[in-house]
Design a protein around this ligand. Structure first.
Ligand code: SAH
Ligand code: SF4
Length: 392
């Protein structure tokens, strides 16, 4: 089916979302895109807004997957929808559950590629870590995903689909007819899985529009954190077009070390990055920027590093998340000693910043930060290549 709706930028993105078979997958379309798609398929214009509302509620509030069950729509309209549209999620290939309750899903997307999605239950909340790309074009030397070449960007539907399949697995859709279930097992979402979300900006933005919509999945923008390695030109856009919280993979306090750890630093160095963060709209104490800092033994974990870090971020409402390095086969680094991490944290804390040390979750199933890498794409790079890229 060809889309012949009025041309707007959103509509132009529709053909990318066409699955094989010519039907349009509803999952991942923003309200505007769904509106345009319904009209393009033949829905009367004056009814389109109401139809969007009805379909939206079935798909995102009730978690329904087939049009036949949309009982407030006329039978022939349901048949019409089934003829032109699908409601499809990526397929869960395997699910592993860690001793600490963390769940890792290996998810297959169109083309047979695989990404990983991780659910981390915590006291009174639960965080879903979603992927935005298969692999990553960047090659941070401490990151397992970075050893996997980029295969492709995820579509908005594949990003939203990760949240929906986790809710399927956790049984988190309201029972039909029952009052809305307010207990949120997935209460927070972090774009910290595989990939660099700001290199897939439009799809990530559209997916977050669906997730943040006031009806359906309804995660508020303050419960969503996007983590970037420092794609400076897209940082202001993140605030303007998504409005979620921001985390930055900082990891070093000199350009010399950051060039080695996070090679995108050669393009946008520490000063350029910090200037962009200072300008991040809506920056306030309640919406602080998270600085992620992976603790690598003897590389970036000295007292001098901690003091430099505090100086660098002066004036930016921030919290520093210290991540003990998670090992993976062939990794050219070791985790800093616990005492070293504690001493580092102490310097930052005394300077007035929250400095939580992130407890590694799901390490036994390789679900911890930086360990994600899909099996089909494993071992593309050798130890020697990884070490060379790390400048070791
Ligand atoms: N590409 C984005 C988001 C995904 S990575 C980014 O780089 O920000 C999520 C976080 O895990 C990043 O801060 C990343 O630097 C960190 N990370 C990567 N590999 C790690 C490892 N082996 N141990 C601990 N943290 C790691
Ligand atoms: Fe990509 Fe982030 Fe890993 Fe760097 S840390 S290689 S940007 S996923």
């Amino acid at each position: 089916m060809t889309v012949t709706a009025p041309i707007t930028q959103d509509v132009l993105t529709l053909p990318r979302k066409l699955p094989t078979g010519g039907k349009i997958n509803i999952v991942g379309l923003t309200r505007d895109q769904l509106h345009a798609a319904l009209i393009a398929a033949g829905t009367e214009e004056r009814q389109a807004k109401m139809r969007v509302g009805q379909v939206w509620q079935w798909v995102y509030h009730w978690g329904l997957r087939d049009f036949a069950g949309m009982t407030n729509l006329a039978k022939d309209y349901r048949a019409f929808l089934a003829e032109h549209f699908t409601i499809e999620l990526p397929e869960v290939v395997t699910r592993q559950i860690s001793a600490d309750g963390t769940r890792k899903y290996l998810v297959r997307i169109a083309g047979g590629h695989e990404v990983e999605t991780v659910y981390i239950p915590e006291e009174g909340r639960g965080t879903l870590c979603v992927s935005s790309q298969v692999g990553c074009t960047l090659t941070c030397s401490f990151c397992h995903t970075g050893t996997q070449k980029l295969v492709r960007n995820l579509t908005a539907g594949e990003i939203v689909g990760q949240l929906m399949l986790a809710r399927d697995d956790l049984g988190e859709w309201p029972e039909r007819g029952a009052p809305k279930d307010e207990t949120r097992l997935v209460s927070n979402l972090v774009l910290m899985g595989m990939g660099e979300p700001l290199y897939n900006f439009e799809n990530v933005r559209d997916a977050m529009k669906v997730v943040m919509d006031g009806e359906g999945l309804t995660l508020s923008r303050r419960r969503i954190t996007l983590s970037t390695s420092g794609v400076v030109p897209e940082i202001a856009r993140t605030a303007e077009e998504i409005g979620c919280l921001l985390a930055v993979s900082f990891h070093a306090t000199t350009d010399e070390v950051r060039d080695r750890l996070v090679p995108i630093n050669k393009r946008w160095n520490i000063k350029t990055l910090l200037d962009a963060l200072r300008d991040y709209p809506r920056l306030s104490n309640s919406e602080r920027i998270t600085f992620e800092y992976v603790m690598l033994r003897g590389v970036n974990d000295s007292d001098a590093d901690a003091k430099r870090l505090v100086k660098l971020i002066a004036g930016i409402p921030a919290k520093i998340n210290l991540i003990p390095f998670n090992e993976w086969p062939g990794a050219p680094y070791q985790r800093s000693e616990p005492e070293r991490i504690a001493a580092f944290a102490d310097i930052i804390y005394k300077a007035g910043y929250a400095s939580p040390i992130r407890t590694p979750r799901g390490e036994d199933i390789m679900a911890a930060c930086g360990q994600l890498k899909s099996a089909t794409e494993r071992s593309r790079k050798s130890r020697a290549e990884i070490a060379a890229e790390a400048g070791l």
